[in-house]
Every structure is written in C-alpha cells, then in structure tokens.
Design a protein around this ligand. Structure first.
Ligand SMILES: C[C@H](O)[C@H](O)[C@H]1CNC2=NC(N)=NC(=O)C2=N1
Length: 134
C-alpha cells in the first residue's frame, strides 16, 4: 500500500513539475521538427556562400544578398522569364527582390525571415539560372 502511494506521489510530482515522461518524446519531436524547420532557414557563413557561388553561374554576393543581372533578347523574353521564376518562387514560398528594365532583369535574393542568405536563396538562384537557359 505504501509502495503504491509512493508511485502515485512521484507521478504527481513529475506532472506538476512539467517533467512528464509520457510526453517527452512528443516534446523532443517538436524540438527536432523546429530544428529541422530552422535548419532550412539557417543563415549561411561567408565561406559557405563563397563555396556555393562557385557552382552558381553569374551570381555574386552584393550588399549581403545573392545578386545577378540577366539580359534577354527582348522585353517579352525577360517578362516570360520573370513569370516562370514567379511561379517557382510561389511554390517555394520564397520570393525575389527584383527589377525589370526592358530586356534586363536584376534579381537579389535574401531570406528576410532568417536575416540573411540561406539555402532557399541558393535554390531559387539555381532554378532561375535553369529557367534563363531554357
Ligand atoms: C509567410 C510567407 O511564406 C513568408 O513571409 C515568406 C514569403 N517569402 C519570402 N521570401 C524571402 N525572400 N524571404 C522570406 O523570409 C520569405 N518569407
């Protein structure tokens, strides 16, 4: 009887102290999940960006953002490129800062939520290059 009372007391103490052994796995899962979400939005180091830019034709880092200027044969081609990039950006939930003057499109990429350049920016830059070369 005393043993049962002790077990009940321990469970009660753990419950009110928020150390709940039955849900810790859920808490851990949430923590891991948050880390996974955050890992997508992790700001890259200068060295990492330099390394990645070697495989990213035409892109540079300018004012803390990925930067590239595209030139097309016409305004219509430039606008078509922008339309394609816009659809990709929307599907990613990640959007460019850009400007269009006649047949030229200037794109700057940064992750506003994260406060710097992340893998999402590299991904969108690569996809923009693929669309420009189509
Ligand atoms: C709610 C919405 O998905 C977020 O605000 C997205 C939208 N597009 C975005 N685009 C960019 N470049 N950075 C962001 O942090 C960002 N956040």
């Amino acid at each position: 009887m005393k043993g049962l009372l002790l077990v009940v007391m321990i469970i009660f103490m753990l419950t009110i102290s928020n150390i709940n052994p039955f849900h810790s796995s859920t808490n851990l899962a949430v923590a891991v999940n948050n880390e996974m979400i955050m890992s997508n939005a992790t700001v890259l180091s200068t060295d990492d960006i330099k390394d990645q830019l070697k495989q990213l034709e035409g892109w540079t880092e300018k004012d803390g953002k990925l930067h590239r200027e595209f030139q097309f044969n016409s305004f219509v081609e430039a606008f078509g490129f922008m339309s394609s990039v816009a659809l990709v950006a929307e599907s990613m939930g990640h959007h460019p800062e850009w400007c269009n003057v006649y047949n030229r499109v200037t794109i700057d990429l940064t992750s506003h939520d994260a406060g710097g350049i992340t893998n999402k920016d590299l991904e969108l830059a690569q996809k923009a290059n693929e669309l420009a070369n189509k």
